[in-house]
Design a protein around this ligand. Sequence first.
Ligand SMILES: CC(C)(COP(=O)(O)OP(=O)(O)OC[C@H]1O[C@@H](n2cnc3c(N)ncnc32)[C@H](O)[C@@H]1OP(=O)(O)O)[C@@H](O)C(=O)NCCC(=O)NCCS
Length: 306
Amino acid sequence: MQPNLQIHLRTLHRRDAATLMERWNQSASFDPLAPGLLDEKVWQDPDHDKELCLVAETSAGLVGFGMGVARQADDQIVGFLKLLAVATGHQRQGIGSALLRTIEQRLAARGAKTVRVGESAPNYLTPGVDVRYQPATRFFPAQGYQPLSESVNMIASLENSRGPGAGDLARLESAGIHVRRATTSDARELNDLLRQFGGTWEAEVACSLRQAPARVHLAFRGDELLGFAACEGNNVGTGWFGPMGTTQTARGLGIGKVLLDCCLADLAALGHEQAIIPWVGPVGFYAEHIGARVYRKFQRFEKVLG
Ligand SMILES: CC(C)(COP(=O)(O)OP(=O)(O)OC[C@H]1O[C@@H](n2cnc3c(N)ncnc32)[C@H](O)[C@@H]1OP(=O)(O)O)[C@@H](O)C(=O)NCCC(=O)NCCS
């Protein structure tokens, strides 16, 4: 740490965007931000709080950026450090810890008892810290963060993604199951289904449903909704797939594969060459059905405040 370095923290302004992105993209090179994505991550966050979006300045100008969010989860407030980067050439001078300390204090003042890094679903950039950011994997434990489990993102080529195969669709049809694209009038029934899975999927899928056309596909038997798959509900424009889910009793019938193929065809039609399947649970499902492979690993971290 440079003893006489003057670090000034202030709230982020939209006019900082170009400098911020330039510095961010050099330092957080596995997570490049473009204007639309920065806007989605920062200003479109449902819990955006400008007092938790901070830039650090020194005599060299804008050299650091950190963003926190406080989310209501059941009956408690959970804090997240959503984004943090210090410009290349300005690291290890206490800038990252100054940003983090202030964000933690402000999260605590909003009632958060814990802070997690990344993973601020439904609007998040990464489900933890990419393990290739070695300074970050040392920084967070030094700041009192405990490692949780690891998470992974997978990637799949969209080269041959032209929608579900005729055989797969015929098998579903012979079981009385039909598949179609969702519309906004499906929202209520879809939300009922999403609640069965718990978690934070409602907001993410609502974003997919708002796209034109809706980036959600549904499977029904008669009027009964059995499964869904969504894409473009977070990190829009990056080829982001998910979430997806099939009700417990309808699993094993091939619904998931068909709905997945519908979404991948959407992403291919949007011009993506690859789909990102984030924060994956069933790695084998995606590996087997679409040849997806794990391409990023993340260390999850949590700190108990106070
Ligand atoms: C993680 C990051 C934000 C830290 O910012 P910083 O301004 O360098 O952090 P500080 O100077 O406040 O703290 C430095 C402390 O972190 C740890 N640390 C940081 N870099 C380290 C390295 N290369 N090796 C070992 N420890 C390191 C040490 O504990 C260090 O203290 P020390 O210098 O007294 O040993 C910065 O490395 C960065 O921007 N990385 C790229 C983006 C990123 O990984 N973001 C996090 C993902 S959410």
